[in-house]
Design a protein around this ligand. Structure first.
Ligand code: HEM
Length: 137
């Protein structure tokens, strides 16, 4: 009996749509004044990270495993430890990603699935003990 595999988010979207999402995400990071601090901690040339995030998302969404083949185990949190990531950095990252997701042509369920999963991942990436806001501690 043949086994029917459930379709993955990668199957539903396809590689070109993921490429477009990532390019839109980094275009927003380059241009939005609200994402200035996030842009500043990235390399001056975003071309390499554009390519790597595409590979990462293909794999994370159930597609080809080019990220692991090229870069080994994802260990995403460990890879972000050199950068100071707090609430502000997380929110700037999600601002760019939410804009790119909103502009993506796809089923709303797929979009919301990705939005929730990526927001959890972005929150998990935080590594900076937050100072209490002025007057709150
Ligand atoms: C929460 C806020 C986040 C910040 C501030 C942040 C920041 C960064 C920075 C500064 C780099 C290095 C890029 C460069 O060299 O120019 C990086 C790499 C990377 N980020 Fe993030 N990131 C965040 C969240 C995420 C999330 C949620 C994902 C996945 C959905 C992600 C995926 C990646 C990947 C795949 C790399 C490349 C890692 C490698 O070297 O193989 N990041 N990130």
């Amino acid at each position: 009996m043949s086994e029917i595999q459930p379709r993955t988010a990668y199957d539903l979207l396809g590689g070109p749509a993921i490429d477009k999402l990532v390019d839109d995400f980094y275009d927003r990071m380059e241009t939005l004044p609200e994402a200035r601090e996030l842009r500043a901690i990235h390399s001056p040339d975003l071309a390499p990270i554009r390519r790597i995030l595409k590979l990462y998302l293909y794999e994370w969404l159930g597609g080809p495993k080019g990220f692991s083949t090229e870069r080994g185990h994802p260990m995403l949190r460990a890879r972000h430890l050199p950068f100071s990531i707090g609430i502000a950095e997380r929110d700037q990252w999600m601002l760019c990603m939410n804009g790119a997701l909103d502009a993506m042509a796809c089923e709303p369920e797929v979009r919301e699935h990705i939005r929730t999963a990526v927001a959890n991942l972005a929150d998990w990436m935080r590594n900076k003990p937050e100072e209490p806001a002025p007057g709150q501690g």
